[in-house]
Structure formats: structure tokens, C-alpha cells
Design a protein around this ligand. Structure first.
Ligand SMILES: Cc1cc2nc3c(=O)[nH]c(=O)nc-3n(C[C@H](O)[C@H](O)[C@H](O)COP(=O)(O)OP(=O)(O)OC[C@H]3O[C@@H](n4cnc5c(N)ncnc54)[C@H](O)[C@@H]3O)c2cc1C
Ligand code: FES
Length: 349
């Protein structure tokens, strides 16, 4: 068998060296070697893995210019999830997180089996999956789920964040929004049945709960963005840590809200917890809560709230929601290194 070409990548300023094989991206090489670099979508859509190429020859696979505009490409910025190495490289990480590097979990593939699919709203489903062996992950992380090919139907892989807590490593649950023509999500009604086989590969993601932080924790989500936040909230409760928690959740109408009884029970059990839903399409009467988009609610809240302490914030959901929330947090004085987010981008093809 011919030998694979192998190159060395030196990551600055952390001083880590790793191999990258021909045919794999720098990010895939890092996952293979258990090195947790900043990333989000892994598909050139979100920009989280953006870094600076200091030295070496590379080729970039297809990516979105939202993630890497031309002026950044011209100044040697690269997306590590799209970068193939053709020589040894030196790469400067623009975003790195000591906590992330320290808490790295090697990525693995696991056989899995569907346990149940149940409705939470008219277009949100809870998918429960049993895993062949315990999957260690941090609350907020995600896996790539693959439905294998059958007959003429090709295999389909999509990223989904666990809604279950890491304390349940063998049965994972996922809160998934159903798109009528979605290659994966449309199969949640009638297509996927208990006993069906899947593959889960992971864990991925850098938007996970940071532990032992005394200041307030903001959880901000919309639609299926509830999934990782629900896991983080469960993990926070299990940890026994005491801190103010504010859970902001955006939905269109009251019928799109779910887990309301569970939130009420959590509010009774935790010392300083508030669930703050906002409806973007509430009727003129009958809804007494927040109205409008969730970033507007967060802005209003942070303008007057007396929270005290260093805030850390976690935002998950559609890219437009995240893009609206980030400046609100920055304007409210939340330190950039305390803002963690996952954009639920669509796959590129
Ligand atoms: C890091 C990460 C974590 C994620 N976690 C979750 C999660 O926990 N729960 C969850 O439900 N999803 C999550 N997603 C999104 C998920 O991976 C899929 O992109 C989504 O489920 C759509 O896949 P699909 O195959 O059903 O639709 P596709 O076949 O990919 O798309 C078909 C059509 O559906 C519509 N559509 C699909 N996605 C969107 C969208 N985002 N906005 C508007 N229209 C859309 C469009 O009309 C599109 O043409 C995550 C994505 C990422 C990158
Ligand atoms: S652009 Fe590379 S992880 Fe999203």
C-alpha cells in the first residue's frame, strides 16, 4: 500500500504540533489526535475555526464567504475545517481556549439505535437514541448522526446537539426541528422507528458549560436551540453549583413553547432561576410575556437587570439569531471570552 503523505502542523501560540494526513483537513486531523481546536459547523459555514496561516502551502475546500470574506482570505486567513496541507504548516490560532484544550475528548464513531421519536410541538421532535458504549461529552456538545443508505436512498449525516445531560452517556436525546423537505428531519415522522440503526460520531462543539463559575449564566436559544441549553441546564442542576441563571427562549407563538411544566419545577427548585420566553408572533391579546425577537428581550433585560458578577453566556440556534444576539451581549459588557455559541448552520450541499 502506498504511504500517505504526512505533514506537520505547528499551532501557535499554544506550541502544539500535530500530524495532518493527505486527504484530511487540519480540523479533522486535530479531532483524530484529540486536540480540541475552536470549531462550530465543520463545514466552512460559521467561521469559528478561522486562523492565520503563517507558513506553508494549503488548499481550501469550498466554503461560505460569510465565514471567510475575500479580504480575510487575501490576508492569509484560513478556515481549518476546509484546509488541506501540502507542506508542513505554521498556523496561528486566532481563537483558542485553554479550557477547551484541557477538556478535549477524542472523537469516535458509535453504533446507535433509535429508542423513540416523540412530538414536543407541531414541528419539534424529541429523538432518543441508545449508544453501543458510553459516549463521554460535555453539556452543550453535539454529534453527527448518520442514517445509513438503504436501496436508492443515500446515507444522510446531520449535526445534532444532545439535549440529555452527560450523566446519561448511553442514552442520548436530541431536540430536532422538523423541516417538511429536510433530508434528515422529515424522517422523524414515520421514517425513523424504534430499533432503526444509526451512527453517532463525536463529541464535537465548543459551546459547552464552563464549570465552577460564580457569576450569572445566560442561556439564550430559539427553536431547536433549546437542545444543548437543556443539557447545560440539567448539568448545572446536577453539579449543585449556585449561581443566577436566566434562560431566554425565542419562539413564534405560545403553541411553539414546550417543557413549560419542567421549567416551572426547575424555578421552584433553583434559588435564582428565571425562564424568559419571547414570542415573535404573539396575538395582540392573551400573551402577557415578552414580545419580539429574543435578542431584543435580552437587550431590554440586561439594560435594567441587577445581576452582579461576571456573566457567561451561551447562545444556540439559527445563525440569524446568533448574529443578532452577539452584539447585544458585547454591548452589555459580557467579555468576548465568556460568550459561547453554536450556529445551527445548514450543510453546504
Ligand atoms: C453545530 C450544529 C448543531 C446543530 N444542532 C441541532 C439541534 O440540536 N437540533 C436541530 O434541529 N438542528 C440542529 N442543527 C441543524 C441540523 O444539523 C440540520 O441542518 C437541520 O436539521 C436540517 O437538516 P435536514 O436534513 O432536515 O434539512 P436539509 O435537507 O439539510 O434542508 C432541506 C430544507 O429544509 C429547510 N431548512 C433546513 N435547515 C434550515 C434552517 N436552519 N433554517 C431554515 N430552513 C432550513 C430548507 O428549506 C432546506 O432547503 C445543528 C447544526 C449544527 C451545525
Ligand atoms: S467554518 Fe470551520 S467550523 Fe464552521
Amino acid at each position: 500500500m502506498p504511504l500517505k503523505h504526512m505533514h506537520t502542523v505547528r499551532l501557535e501560540p499554544v506550541g502544539i504540533e500535530m500530524d495532518v494526513e493527505e486527504g484530511e483537513t487540519v480540523l479533522e486531523a486535530a479531532f483524530r489526535q484529540g486536540i480540541a481546536l475552536m470549531h462550530g459547523c465543520k463545514e466552512g459555514q460559521c467561521g469559528s475555526c478561522k486562523s492565520l496561516l503563517v507558513e506553508g502551502d494549503i488548499e481550501l475546500m469550498k466554503y461560505s464567504t460569510f465565514a471567510l470574506p475575500d479580504y480575510e482570505k487575501e490576508t492569509d486567513h484560513v478556515l481549518l475545517c476546509r484546509t488541506h496541507a501540502y507542506s508542513d504548516l505554521i498556523v496561528e490560532l486566532l481563537n483558542f481556549d485553554e479550557d477547551l484544550l484541557r477538556r478535549s475528548i477524542p472523537v469516535r464513531s458509535y453504533e446507535a439505535e433509535v429508542r423513540a421519536v416523540s412530538p414536543l410541538t407541531q414541528d419539534i421532535r424529541l429523538l432518543e437514541v441508545a449508544i453501543e458504549a458510553p459516549l463521554k461529552f460535555w453539556a452543550g456538545q453535539y454529534v453527527d448522526l448518520t442514517i445509513p443508505a438503504t436501496g436508492d436512498t443515500p446515507a444522510i449525516t446531520r449535526s445534532f446537539s444532545m439535549s440529555s445531560a452527560p450523566s446519561s452517556p448511553e442514552v442520548l436525546s436530541f431536540i430536532i426541528k422538523k423541516y417538511p423537505d429536510g433530508a434528515f428531519s422529515a424522517r422523524l415522522d414515520g421514517g425513523l422507528k424504534p430499533g432503526d440503526r444509526l451512527t453517532a460520531k463525536g463529541p464535537y462543539g465548543t459551546c459547552f458549560r464552563r464549570e465552577a463559575r460564580p457569576g450569572p449564566m445566560l442561556l439564550i436559544g430559539g427553536g431547536s436551540g433549546m437542545s444543548p441549553l437543556w443539557s447545560m441546564l440539567a448539568d448545572h442542576i446536577e453539579s449543585g453549583e449556585q449561581r443566577p441563571v436566566r434562560f431566554f427562549y425565542g419562539a413564534r407563538t405560545a403553541a411553539d413553547l414546550f417543557y413549560l411544566e419542567e421549567f416551572a419545577a426547575i424555578a421552584r427548585g433553583l434559588d435564582d432561576f428565571r425562564f424568559i420566553p419571547a414570542l415573535s408572533d404573539a396575538p395582540p391579546e392573551g400573551w402577557h410575556g415578552e414580545r419580539g425577537f429574543i435578542h431584543e428581550t435580552v437587550r431590554r433585560y440586561l439594560a435594567t437587570a441587577q445581576l452582579g458578577g461576571e456573566i457567561d453566556a451561551y447562545a444556540c440556534g439559527p445563525p440569524a439569531m446568533i448574529d443578532a444576539v452577539l452584539p447585544v451581549l458585547q454591548m452589555a459588557g459580557v467579555e468576548p471570552f465568556n460568550i459561547h455559541f453554536d450556529k445551527f448552520t445548514q450543510p453546504s450541499s
